[in-house]
Design a binder for this molecule. Structure first.
Ligand SMILES: [Zn+2]
Length: 304
C-alpha cells in the first residue's frame, strides 16, 4: 500500500509540475502582415508571372495565421483582403492589438533576375535586434530545410534609423518587427521550391520557426513582458542645419529650390519623414538629392 501511495503522490506531483510548466508558457500575440496590397504596381509588389507578390503574401499569411493559432498563439493579420495599407497603418494596427511581435511577409525579385535565397530583415537596435536575430535564425533554419539558400539575417541603416519602414514604424511603437523575404520569384531554383512546397509549406516553416523562438528564453521574456523592447525613437543620421534665424531662412529658400525635383505628393511625403523634428525643411536640405530620390523610389515600391 505504501508503495502505491508513494506512486500516486509522485504521479500527482509530476503531473502538477507538468501542468505548471505548461501554464508558464506565454503564447503571446503575433501580428502577421501580408506585404503590399491594393491597386497598381505599388500595391502589387514584385511581379513575375504567374506570381504577384501581394497575392502570395496574403495566401501565405493566411496559412501562417492558422498554423500559429493551432499552436495556441493569438494571431492577427494587418489585412485579410487585397487592400492598400500604409506602413504606419500596419504598425499602428499591430500596436493596437497588443502585438508582441510583428512579422511582415514578403517575396523577392531582382532587376537582373539573378538573385536567390531567403532572408530576414531585423531592426538594429537593442532587444529589437536580439528578437530579430533569434527569431530570424529559427525561421531561416526552417526555410532552408525546404531547399532554399539562406542569405542570413540583415539590418540596414537609413536616414532616420532602420531603413525599412515597417521595421522602423514597428520598433518606434515598441513592437519588435521582422520582414521575412521568402524567396526570389524570378529565379528558377527558388520558383521550383515555391512550386513544390507551396505557400502552405512555407507557412508551416515560418510557423515552426516562430514557435521555436516563442518557446525560447528570449521569446518567453518577450511574451511575458520582461524583455525591454521600449520604443526606438527615429534618429536621423544627418546633422541638423544651423539653428539661427538666418540659417532657417536660407534653408527655406534651398528647400523651395530642392522641391522642384519632386512631385508635390512626393515632396510632402519626404517632408513628413522628418515632421517629428518640427523643422523638416532644415533637415531635408542637408540630405543629398540622390538619397532623397532613392527614398522616394523605395517608398513607391512599398518598402518605406
Ligand atoms: Zn515586398
Amino acid at each position: 500500500m505504501d508503495r502505491v501511495k508513494k506512486f500516486i503522490v509522485f504521479t500527482a506531483v509530476f503531473a502538477a509540475c507538468l501542468w505548471m510548466t505548461a501554464a508558464a508558457v506565454f503564447a503571446g500575440v503575433v501580428v502577421i502582415d501580408p506585404g503590399h496590397g491594393g491597386p497598381g504596381t505599388e500595391g502589387a509588389g514584385a511581379i513575375y508571372p504567374p506570381y504577384m507578390e501581394k497575392s502570395l503574401t496574403l495566401e501565405l499569411a493566411t496559412k501562417l495565421r492558422d498554423e500559429l493559432a493551432a499552436r495556441g498563439v493569438s494571431v492577427y493579420m494587418t489585412r485579410t483582403s487585397d487592400v492598400a495599407m500604409s506602413l504606419p497603418q500596419r504598425a499602428s494596427y499591430a500596436k493596437s492589438v497588443g502585438a508582441n511581435l510583428l512579422v511582415s511577409i514578403h517575396f523577392n525579385a531582382s532587376g537582373p533576375h539573378d538573385k536567390t535565397g531567403c532572408e530576414v530583415w531585423s531592426s538594429m537596435y537593442g532587444n529589437h535586434a536580439t528578437v530579430g536575430r533569434e527569431c530570424g535564425a529559427q525561421v531561416l533554419s526552417q526555410l532552408t530545410a525546404l531547399g532554399l539558400e539562406s542569405k542570413g539575417i540583415k539590418s540596414k541603416l537609413g536616414t532616420q534609423g532602420d531603413y525599412f519602414g515597417i521595421i522602423r514604424y514597428g520598433v518606434s511603437m515598441g513592437v519588435p518587427t521582422i520582414i521575412i523575404e521568402h524567396c526570389f520569384i524570378d529565379y528558377p531554383t527558388d520558383r521550383s521550391v515555391l512550386e513544390s512546397a507551396g505557400t502552405a509549406g512555407m507557412a508551416r516553416a515560418d510557423a515552426a520557426g516562430i514557435a521555436s523562438f516563442l518557446a525560447s528564453g528570449t521569446g518567453q521574456a518577450l511574451m511575458n513582458g520582461t524583455l525591454d523592447v521600449s520604443p526606438v525613437a527615429p534618429a536621423p543620421t544627418v546633422s541638423q542645419a544651423g539653428g539661427t534665424v538666418g540659417a532657417g531662412a536660407s534653408s527655406t529658400a534651398a528647400a523651395v529650390k530642392l522641391s522642384a525635383n519632386f512631385s508635390p505628393a512626393d515632396w510632402n511625403w519626404l517632408l513628413s519623414q522628418w515632421a517629428y523634428t518640427g523643422h523638416p525643411q532644415d533637415i531635408i536640405v542637408t540630405v543629398p538629392l540622390s538619397e532623397l530620390q532613392a527614398l522616394v523610389e523605395e517608398h513607391k515600391k512599398g518598402n518605406i
